[in-house]
Design a protein around this ligand. Structure first.
Ligand SMILES: N[C@@H](CCC(=O)N[C@@H](CS)C(=O)NCC(=O)O)C(=O)O
Length: 324
């Protein structure tokens, strides 16, 4: 794995020496917004109007951030309007690649380029930064609209409604203020908390990540005893942002990232809730456990140097969830 520096690929792992062994995620670089009329969004430039067929989404099935965008594409009926390329699950010296020798890896369906970094370089030849997925690409302006999943899902939530007629709303105006602190806690301690736990290179950094992580799981378990979803009786983006971490937890994070106090199956409410979201129409088709399990164990040689990919736990995702 590496990053781009002045347009050149440098093969370096995350540097934790300056942070006391703690993993720090960098900010996404491209922050434009697709809007219904092409006006500017909360950040970036204007000129990205919602149009059928104009945009392309580059994802990894393994990546929880990219997974959010695939879920919103499915929930909002955008499959016929935004096409997708899926990277190979192995992220090694060249970062994400468009190799196709894994079931479900499509290659670069737009340009036939070999590496995800080539998409960044096409948008910004002197780019410095990490080459992350998801990438939302504009075929018309030949540039990256956004590489920030939390913003891409909000675009997908509303910008294309006039084209699809799908008005399902996962970021309803009356819940936005209440969603924000829930998202913030879950992002810091859970979505990113699993990475902080797993990538820690000192005991102190690991301890500082893993305890708040399980405090948050306990907090959610309690909350789900009295409400069906995080924000009450409506599914919102807060649930989908949580789901992509929960679905990876027992197959990957419990073992590989040392998040092993409990598994999700040990929490009755959380496990039933995770199954309900998995069984939501369109969602199970976005979950690819082969890519998930292969990616983490094979790619992170600082954690798993022999690249042994473990067997999967047996989990009955289709068991009735009994909620509601
Ligand atoms: N802020 C980004 C984070 C995306 C991200 O970190 N993706 C990971 C995969 S799970 C990645 O591509 N990492 C490659 C790298 O950091 O070099 C988002 O939420 O969209």
């Amino acid at each position: 794995m590496g990053m781009l520096v002045d347009g050149t690929w440098q093969d370096t792992w995350y540097d934790t020496t300056s942070t006391g062994g703690a993993f720090k995620r960098t900010e996404a670089a491209f922050r434009n917004w697709i809007t219904a009329d092409g006006s500017a969004g909360p950040s970036g430039e204007d000129g990205f109007k919602a149009e059928s067929g104009r945009y392309h989404l580059y994802v990894s099935y393994a990546c929880p951030w990219a997974h959010r965008t695939l879920i919103f594409r499915a929930l909002k009926g955008l499959e016929d309007h935004i096409d997708v390329s899926v990277v190979h699950p192995d992220m090694l010296d060249d970062g994400w690649t468009f190799e196709t020798d894994a079931h479900g890896a499509t290659g670069d369906r737009l340009y036939g380029l070999p590496f995800a970094r080539d998409i960044y370089l096409k948008a910004k030849p002197a780019m410095t930064g990490r080459v992350t997925v998801p990438i939302l690409w504009d075929k018309s302006r030949e540039t990256i609209v956004s590489n920030e999943s939390s913003e891409i899902i909000r675009m997908f939530n509303a910008a294309f409604d006039g084209i699809t007629g799908n008005t399902a709303d996962f970021w309803p105006a009356d819940l936005r203020d209440a969603i924000e602190p829930v998202n913030a806690r879950i992002y810091d301690t859970l979505n990113n908390g699993v990475y902080k736990s797993g990538f820690a290179t000192t005991q102190e950094a690991y301890d500082a990540a893993v305890h708040p992580l399980f405090d948050t799981l306990d907090w959610i378990e309690d909350r789900l005893a009295s409400t069906r979803y995080l924000m009450g009786d409506r599914v919102t983006e807060a649930d989908w942002r949580l789901f992509t971490t929960l679905v990876r937890f027992d197959p990957v994070y419990h073992l590989h990232f040392k998040c092993n106090r409990r598994r999700i199956v040990d929490y009755p409410n959380l496990w039933a809730y995770t199954r309900e979201l998995y069984q939501w129409p369109g969602v199970s088709g976005t979950v690819n456990f082969d890519h998930i399990v292969r990616h983490y164990h094979y790619s992170h040689d600082s954690i798993n140097p022999h690249r042994i990919v473990p067997i999967n736990p047996v989990l009955d995702w289709e068991a009735p969830h009994g909620r509601g």
